[in-house]
Write a protein that binds this ligand. Structure first.
Ligand code: MOS
Length: 756
């Protein structure tokens, strides 16, 4: 079943041959606002049962008793899955053969290694019965004290951080440079544990038919999920059909299939009926990843003129006791500022939590709020305006690798953002501005950067004799607008109007669309689509240019261009022929092409590839109460070619809202005695609501980067968070004169400065 995307929602004003660049509205927008978009948990196959997780209330120890009898006897309960009766798996859930493989808790034994770890699954005819059954299990434990916090145990140097980055990197002699620097700062910043909190919880509807498996579940990586499930159940990936047409957010937590999703599949196998399993909000605080806390020390040296001479960035972080993910926070100092000496290093502790994971610019977000704060402190130590200091020190070539990159675009971001914001009127000293209500006003700036990554993907293109086309790719729309932007690339690639293209996406039977992560999906899937379009058009051109009955005869493949369902001679556009005529004469109902994409290794080794930006924020702080609000944010971003400015603006707003959230709101509070998150709900885990979101502007700076990929696309998903968090923190300092180094910034930081 293909998702219910119709082609009639596209505005009619689209110009031929230039679908890319048009601010089309979301092709899935009407479906979403009318409730017609079917999310995973909306699926109710015949005979479906409801599964509810029972999770551990301790963080470390062993389950000694579950009252399975009480649960099973409850009316409506069909079965209770525990380590005693769970279906066998073909692969050890604790096996790890590559860095993208995370250890899962699939009821393999009675051990508890973090709070909210699944310990049983109750399956019943109704959600209510399953919920009641889970409550009746009344688990008993042999508990051991939880080890939590960044000082929980002896630290060590991780073997790698992020995905395979070295834990320590050095260029130049930082200690020598610091020793001779005339201006120096040495400051420690702390960021809390954060949880992805996608609006849609992890959900799965699983149905077995023999050894074939049909699944509805949100996924940022269909092919990887398929591979992981295939390994665990010992079936071939082709036997697994996953539908994921829409995600209610992912933010990294749906990049890899999680333990609870697998438990839903196991439950369906156990009872031999389709099963739906949906996590409750508080159950998302454990088995589906989080952003680890960090403590980062920045030592920065500069000369008397405000030129940087040394950056030393050290980050301490935490991972679980049983698996490895190390937030690569210090790596943020690799790319932004030109210092002759740069050193970055990481250390980690093991704690009794679920394994941390990629979350909204992993490393870049945590690292940049510390780095941008420290750069502001360095500017202050040099008596310089923080923007002027950045303009003096931003890197023209990537400092750590020495490779050239598009830093001209960054200068443009600083200039246009500052102009739009009105930065020139900013007094240098803090606590100088008040609004008409007497609130303190502060302005801050932060530099934004995010790598322009590309993964691998494939696509299939078809042109049909009736003049229409099809593009197929198992891509993922998390809400970012992939249904729209990728269809635009498809239309241009096929040389068709967008309403002539059937765009199929979001299911695992389509060509592998790679993963929607690392802000790389538009580039990755887009290039596969572009190449598939080019391939099918080339095949069509072959038919025409080698046929002496065609007006294109002899033009050669490179001598034609495709537009509006016709091929034109490049040197004489009065000579053209429609796709229908070409296919009709050849007696073909349709013609098919394929495309692949991957990062260009030669270009990657020559150039550093990043998107850039500059974010300017205004905050207002009540001088008596410490209450603070972000009132204005202007971000200027250079991110290569913009496929759909409406979607991109929305993405940049989303990123900037995360930045506000990082600086002022999000904080998972750990109970040190129990090892449980105290605020595992959206009432007490604060994220910005409409009233917290200020007036925002996102300026898109024209940038043509010919090296990233043939379409010139960079990512826009995550870059917004990287500049904004620091800009807000710096604005709070400028409003109050108080430098808060522990995030999120809280009212008590501003009314009781002595506590810091
Ligand atoms: Mo993301 S954290 O690359 O989904």
């Amino acid at each position: 079943m293909t998702p219910e995307i119709t082609l009639t929602q596209t505005p009619a004003h689209v110009r031929h041959g230039s679908n890319v660049g048009q601010p089309l509205t979301r092709r899935d927008g009407v479906l979403k606002v009318t409730g017609g978009a079917r999310y995973a948990a909306d699926n109710h196959p015949a005979g479906m049962l409801y599964a509810v997780l029972a999770v551990s209330s301790i963080a470390r120890g062993r389950v000694t008793f579950l009252d399975v009898q009480a649960a099973t006897s409850h009316p409506g309960v069909v079965d209770v899955m525990t380590p005693a009766n769970r279906p066998p798996l073909a692969e050890d859930p604790d096996a790890k053969t590559n860095p993208f493989m995370f250890r899962l808790d699939l009821l393999q034994n009675d051990q508890v290694r973090y709070a909210n770890q699944p310990i049983a699954v109750v399956i019943a005819e109704t959600l209510e019965a399953a919920t009641e059954g889970a409550a009746l299990l009344s688990p008993q434990y042999e508990a051991q004290p939880a080890r939590v916090g960044l000082d929980a145990s002896e630290s060590f140097v991780p073997p790698a951080v992020g995905v395979g980055n070295p834990a320590k990197v050095q260029r130049g002699d930082v200690e020598a440079a610091l020793a001779t620097a005339s201006r120096r700062i040495d400051a420690t910043y702390e960021t809390p544990a954060q949880y992805h909190n996608a609006m849609e919880p992890h959900a799965i509807v699983a149905a077995w038919d023999g050894d074939a498996l049909s699944i509805d579940t949100p996924s940022q990586g269909l092919a990887m999920a398929q591979g992981r499930i295939a390994g665990l159940f010992g079936i071939s990936p082709e036997k697994i059909h996953i539908r994921s047409p829409f995600l209610g957010g992912g933010f990294g937590s749906k990049g890899l299939i999680s333990g609870p999703q697998i438990l839903g599949i196991m439950a369906a196998r156990l009872v031999g009926r389709p099963v739906k399993l949906v996590l409750r909000r508080e159950q998302m605080y454990g088995p589906v990843g989080h952003r680890a806390p960090t403590r980062q020390t920045l030592r920065i040296g500069a000369d008397r003129d405000g030129r940087l001479s040394a950056i030393d960035h050290h980050a301490k972080t935490a991972t679980s006791t049983f698996d490895d993910f190390f937030e690569p926070a210090a790596d943020a100092s690799h790319t932004l500022y030109a210092s002759p000496a740069i050193a970055t290093s990481h250390e980690a502790v093991r704690v009794d939590t679920g394994t941390p994971l990629f979350m909204r610019a992993p490393g870049e977000a945590t690292g940049s709020i510390a780095l941008e704060s420290a750069i502001d402190e360095a500017a202050q130590a040099c008596g310089m305006d923080p923007l002027a200091f950045r303009l003096k020190n931003y890197a023209e070539v990537e400092p750590i690798s020495g490779k050239p990159f598009s830093s001209k675009a960054l200068r443009e971001c600083y200039a246009q953002g500052a102009e739009r914001f009105g930065w020139a009127r900013r007094p240098l000293a803090p606590r100088q501005m008040r609004d008409h209500d007497g609130l303190l006003v502060g302005w801050g700036v932060g530099t934004a950067t995010f790598p322009a990554l590309m993964f691998q993907a494939e696509a299939k293109a078809v042109l049909r004799q009736d003049g229409s086309g099809v593009m197929e790719i198992g891509a993922h729309d998390m809400g970012q607008g992939a249904w729209t932007a990728l269809a635009q690339i498809a239309a241009d690639g096929l040389g068709l109007d967008i309403d002539q293209v059937e765009f199929r996406s979001g299911t695992s039977d389509l060509p592998d669309g790679g993963i929607a992560g690392g802000s790389a999906h538009t580039a990755t899937a887009g290039m596969a689509i572009h190449n598939a379009g080019a391939d099918v058009v080339a095949r069509l051109a072959d038919l025409a240019t080698t046929d002496d009955r065609s007006p294109l005869f002899g033009a050669g493949n490179a001598g034609v261009i495709a537009r509006g369902g016709r091929l034109f001679r490049r040197d004489d556009e009065s000579r053209s022929e429609s796709y229908s005529d070409i296919l009709g004469r050849a007696g073909l109902a349709e013609i098919e092409g394929q495309g692949k994409s991957a990062a260009d290794q030669a270009a990657q080794s020559t150039y550093a590839m990043h998107a850039h930006g500059a974010v300017f924020a205004e905050v207002k702080v009540d001088p008596d109460l410490g209450q603070m609000r972000v009132t204005r944010v202007v971000g200027a971003f250079a991110a290569g070619r913009i496929i759909n400015p409406r979607m991109v603006r929305s993405q940049l707003f989303g990123g900037m809202i995360w930045g506000v959230s990082f600086a002022l709101h999000e904080h998972a509070v750990m109970d040190r005695r129990s090892g449980r998150t105290l605020n595992a709900n959206l009432a007490e885990y604060h994220v910005p609501v409409n009233a917290d979101v200020p007036s925002m502007e996102a300026l898109m700076i024209d940038e043509h980067d010919p090296h990233v990929n043939a379409l010139g696309i960079k990512g826009v998903g995550e870059i917004g968070i990287t500049g904004t968090a620091g800009a807000v923190a710096n604005a709070v300092w400028h409003a109050t004169g108080i430098r808060v180094r522990r995030f999120p910034i809280k009212i008590e930081d501003l009314v009781m400065p002595a506590s810091h």
